[in-house]
Design a protein around this ligand. Sequence first.
Ligand SMILES: Cc1cc2nc3c(=O)[nH]c(=O)nc-3n(C[C@H](O)[C@H](O)[C@H](O)COP(=O)(O)OP(=O)(O)OC[C@H]3O[C@@H](n4cnc5c(N)ncnc54)[C@H](O)[C@@H]3O)c2cc1C
Length: 430
Amino acid sequence: MTRFVPHPRLLGSPRHRPWPRWPEPARPVRADRPPTAAQVVVVGAGPAGLAVTAALWHVGVRDVVLLDRDGRPAGRFLDRVDRLEQRVLRSPYEHHPGVEGYRDCELRDFARVHWGVLTAVERGEVRMSQAGHRSVVPVDVFEAYCRHTAELHHVPDRLWPAEVRALEVGEDRVAVRAEGFDLDARYVVLCQGEERRAAPAGWWTGDRPARVGYWDEPVPADARRVVVVGAGLTAAHVIHNALARGGEVDWVLRAESERYQCSDVNASFFRAEGRARFDGVPWERRLALMARERRASVMFEFRPILAEAEANGRLRVHRGRPVGSVDAGAVVLGDGRRLAGDHVVLALGTVPSIGTGLLPDRLVGARDGWPDLDERTLAYRRAPRVFAAGAAACMVLGPAARNIDGHRVASARIVATVAARLRAEVAAHV
Ligand SMILES: Cc1cc2nc3c(=O)[nH]c(=O)nc-3n(C[C@H](O)[C@H](O)[C@H](O)COP(=O)(O)OP(=O)(O)OC[C@H]3O[C@@H](n4cnc5c(N)ncnc54)[C@H](O)[C@@H]3O)c2cc1C
C-alpha cells in the first residue's frame, strides 16, 4: 500500500543501530603526518569533501590528501544532526552522496541491501522512493552509506585531521599551510561547508548573556521553558525536543507565518527546467532567486506535532515579531514585550564559508557574500588552481549546491577539470 501522508513515527527513526559488514573497529583518527606534497588537497571532509575525494578516485587521481578539522568523514554534519536529535534527513533517497556517472551502489540500493535492518516505517519510505514519490532518509542509513562510500573509495587512507590556516597561490602550485605542517598541492578543492549564523550586533552588548545558546550547542536538561528564535528546521528540532521532554516553548518568528515544505525541493535546479532558471540569468536575478529559495522552512512531518502543541498551549508562537534584544534567558521583542524562559536558543541558520581567511580577499573576489567562481569549472577565477564545492558554489549551481545532491553535481565539474589539467601537465612534461 502506498501512503501519501507523513508517518508520525518517522521523526523517531532509530539511531546508532549495528550495521552488518562494517570493518570493525572503526578506524581511529590518525596521528601521523601527511606527505609534503600531493596532486590534490581537499579541505573539509563533510559530505562535499567525501563526494569530491570519491570522485577523484574514480577518475584515477589517487595522490590526494583530505584535511578536516576533526578528521571524520561527514563528522561535523553528523554531530550537528545528532545535537538536534534529527533522526531523518530533509532530503530524499534520490539525493545520494555518491559519484555522478558511476554505477556505484546508491543510497537507495544501500537501504534495500540492508532491508532487514530497517523498521517497517523506513521500509515504507524506500517503497515510496521506488514508486517515484517523495521519500525521507534515516540519518542512520545516511551515516552507514557515507562510511561505505568512504571505505569503497579508500578515503580514510587519504584523510588527516588538521585545520587549514592559509593557502598561498603560486603559478604552478598552491602552498597549503595547515595546523602543524605545510604541504604543496597542484590543486586545492575547498569544501568548507557553512558556519552557524551569529546574532546581529545590537541584540546584546559585551559577552553573550547567560542562558543563551545557539542551535548547535546543548540545551540544559533542566530547562523547562525555552525561548526559540528562528524559522527553520533547526528551530523545529529544538522545539520538538523541548516539548518531548515535557517543557514549554515560546517560538519567535520574524515572518508572518511559519513555512512548511516537503523534503528538499531545491534540487529541481539540477533538472533542465531548473537550470534554465539559473543559467545565463543576470546576477541580480540569481540573488533574488537565492533569497527566495533559501528562506527558512520546516519539514511537513513537524506540522501536526507543532499544531497540537500550539492548540494545547505548550507552544506559543509569536508570528511577525522581530527581536529587539536578548538578555539572560530572555528575548525582548521589537514591541518591548519580554519573553522570559530558562534558556534561549538562537536558530538563525548558517553562513557559507567561501574561502575568506584562507585566500586573500582579492582572490576570493567576493560580491554580495559569494566568491567569484568560473561557471563551468567552479575554480576561483582569480586563483584557477583552487576550486569550491558545497554552499560556496550556490551562485553558480543554485540553492541546492549546499545540499547533498549538489555536492555530486559540483564534484563532477571539479573532478573532470582537475583530472584533465593533471593529464595535460603530465603530457607537457613527458
Ligand atoms: C542541521 C542540519 C541539517 C541538514 N540536513 C540536510 C539534509 O537532510 N539534506 C541535505 O541535503 N542537506 C542538509 N543540510 C545541509 C548540509 O549542511 C549539507 O548537506 C552538508 O552538511 C554540507 O556538507 P559540506 O561538506 O558542504 O559541509 P560540512 O558538513 O559542514 O563539512 C565541512 C567540513 O569542513 C571542515 N572545515 C571547514 N573549514 C576548514 C578548514 N579551514 N580546515 C579544515 N577543515 C575545515 C569543517 O570542520 C567540516 O568538517 C543540513 C544542514 C544542517 C546544519
